[in-house]
Design a protein around this ligand. Sequence first.
Ligand code: 2NL
Length: 343
Amino acid sequence: MEELLQQIDAYKKEIETTQISSLEELEEFRIKYLGTKGVVKGLFGEMKAVPAEKKKEFGLVLNDFKQLAETKYETAKETTVNDQLPTLNDLDLSLPGDAIAVGSRHPINLVRKRIIDIFHRLGFAVADGPEVEDDWHNFTALNIHENHPARDMQDTFYIHQNPDWLLRTHTSNVQIREMEKGKLPIRIICPGRVYRNETISARAHCFFHQVEGLYIDEHVSFADLKQTLYFFVQELFGKDVKIRFRPSYFPFTEPSAEMDISCLICGGEGCRVCKHTGWVEILGCGMVHPKVLENCKIDSNKYTGFAFGMGIERITMLLYQINDLRLFSENDVRFLRQFTSAS
Ligand code: 2NL
């Protein structure tokens, strides 16, 4: 018994002086003291040789010793494992990080946003409506008569289940719906996707994007139309741009006009983009036809208004010098990536 106690004391001193500074030394310590054939197990095995009246005292000493070995092991484990982890000094914070692939806005989206922002500053609100429309809102209310070529089965996508339904061919349907609400004045722009039954080529597609605008109030004149559109093109294309109006015809406006801007590429000198005329057509416009106002139950003797419509693809092609309409819908990332830093 005395001998055992002395042995335990010796082990205690040994444990207290043991240096553990690596994972290998930690494992060595564990095997020696706490392993299945280790010192602690061995001393517990001696219990049976201890006289009955001393068992309690010996047990307490032994438990105390076991605790000492375990605590030493646990604290050493914590410090050696932590030492293995890299510290702040081991990290080079100046190294480049892993690149995160950033997407980009679609050019049609970029230009649509710019157009909306410009008209916003003039007090135009954005209005939205259905892409699947009935004949009235897409054609009849707009004074487009029954035999108009746009109504041909060849030119418009009709819905099988109901011959009165079709994919809208312009966003004018939104403006008709807005007028029908009967709240005046109206000052809105209507961006959206529209559909035409066209053979797909560099210049034509079966769907594209449009922005139409409508301003209705008392005393709205053609001068208001001209100044509004002049402000718009100067904001979009720059202060040097010139505009000109050519007489035209639309069933829903009277008078009607096409608006050209001076060619951005050659500045009016004549080039391939402007087909050597110095001018590029960018939109159609006019004073809202009295018949259209009456169709929407608006008194055409009291109210007048102007309207205009433009293709976003066309404007985008001019701004970024893109020569094929198909690029907008093919989702080729070599094309789309070029707009990553644009906003
Ligand atoms: C073009 C020409 C235009 C309109 C759209 C319009 C809408 C209503 C009443 C009257 Cl509800 N007009 N819209 C007017 C003139 C021209 O678009 O070439 N678009 C691409």
